[in-house]
Design a protein around this ligand. Structure first.
Ligand code: KG4
Ligand code: ZN
Length: 356
């Protein structure tokens, strides 16, 4: 069975095609990173317009990569939640139209849940050379989901059957990376740029806090982000009124490297300590990380060093937003759900993973 997945919830227009819930056959992505970098973050109106321009070329590219046509596709999956409403609409209207036009069943999928399914891809067609996991995760498994908008620990009992153990009470970890990048004058997206900068810094130069919360599996990153800001202001001899965007001109290179390294160290320690706690409390058979921040080498290294099981990581290209993960979840949903009515599929910009 071949599923085509369409993703347009944020700043990537992407189409993936998978076969039978484990084999990747097409992976086409048009990223808007360069467009939004000029503004230091995603501008929703620009994102929606860019999706509209990119969706047809990206669909075409996916079919070309796979050497397939519509007669080979058995179903369509699309992100319907959560995300920017204008952006979600472009993907969902495209998917609805294609489902009607080509008489294909349509499966709406949740973007955050779909990130986890990048970890189920264990084979690829000859055109790809990704370093894939050798085996899929075993149920029950623990998923640490870390993206620009989400930070949560979820215990998956089976496909479509999961339990939210904890989540961020304020900023997502990716958002914290993006905001710290802005303070240090580094480019968007902040994850890769802060991490690269951190390599030349001392991770113990500054002692940043890890928030203590009543639920041990919940997260909070706004205190860490503010601690980086206050420390940077203090280092340049200014008080809390000094604007964050003007700091990078006054900080020395060493201060910036040390701030980046100490921030990455604390953010990773926060994520790992909670994942470790959940691992010992729930004894899952596998642990996966998912979402854009799962591409992070220091996070991967720390997780592998601290947990007593072997962790198989999805390739970095499948951690950030893509259509393959949407097609993958679409496949598993098609085994347990009925298809949606293409005439009345609504997008749900703020639906969390707990409510489906
Ligand atoms: O999952 P994603 O592509 O989009 C959302 O659904 O949010 O995640 C984007 C986030 C951004 O905050 C970006 O800074 C972060 O993922 N990111 C990384 C890395 N690559 C992307 N964070 C840390 N290390 C990376 N290598
Ligand atoms: Zn995402």
């Amino acid at each position: 069975m071949k599923i085509l997945g369409i993703e347009s919830s944020c700043d990537e227009t992407a189409v993936g095609i998978v076969e039978d819930g484990y084999r990747l056959v097409a992976h086409a992505v048009a990223t808007q990173i360069d467009i939004h970098a000029a503004y230091g973050g995603v501008v929703p109106e620009i994102a929606a317009r860019s999706h509209l321009e990119a969706i047809h070329p990206v669909l075409h590219q996916a079919f070309k990569q796979a050497a397939l046509d519509w007669s080979d596709i058995d179903a369509i999956a699309v992100t319907y939640a959560p995300g920017l409403s204008g952006s979600l609409l472009i993907g969902s209207l495209t998917a609805r139209t294609l489902a009607l036009l080509h008489h294909k069943p349509l499966y709406p999928v949740h973007h955050v849940e779909a990130h986890v399914y990048a970890n189920f891809i264990t084979e690829q067609s000859a055109a790809f050379h990704l370093a894939l996991p050798v085996a899929p995760p075993q149920f029950p498994f623990l998923a640490l989901i870390v993206s620009g908008n989400h930070t949560q620990l979820v215990l998956f009992h089976n496909h479509g059957n999961y339990e939210l153990l904890g989540q961020t009470q304020d900023d997502a970890v990716g958002e914290a990376f993006d905001k710290v990048a802005k303070m240090l004058g580094l480019p968007y997206p902040g994850g890769p740029s802060v991490e690269q900068f951190a390599q030349n810094g001392d991770p113990l130069a500054y002692d940043f806090p890890i928030a203590r919360l009543s639920n041990p599996y919940d997260f909070s990153f706004s205190g860490l982000k503010t601690a980086v800001l206050r420390t940077a202001q203090r280092e340049v001899g200014k008080d809390f009124r000094f604007p964050s965007h003007a700091l990078s001109e006054l900080l020395t290179a060493k201060q910036k490297h040390d701030l980046a390294a100490s921030f990455v160290h604390t953010a990773v320690e926060t994520l790992i300590s909670k994942t470790e706690k959940a691992f010992y409390a729930f004894s899952p058979l596998s642990v996966v990380i998912a979402g854009g921040v799962a591409a992070s080498p220091p996070l991967r290294k720390a997780l592998s060093d601290r947990l007593p099981i072997t962790i198989d990581y999805a390739p970095q290209q499948l951690c950030t937003d893509n259509g393959v993960m949407i097609a993958m979840l679409g496949y598993y949903r098609s085994q347990i759900d009925r298809p949606a009515d293409p005439y009345d599929l609504e997008v749900q910009p703020s639906l969390s993973m707990t409510s489906i």
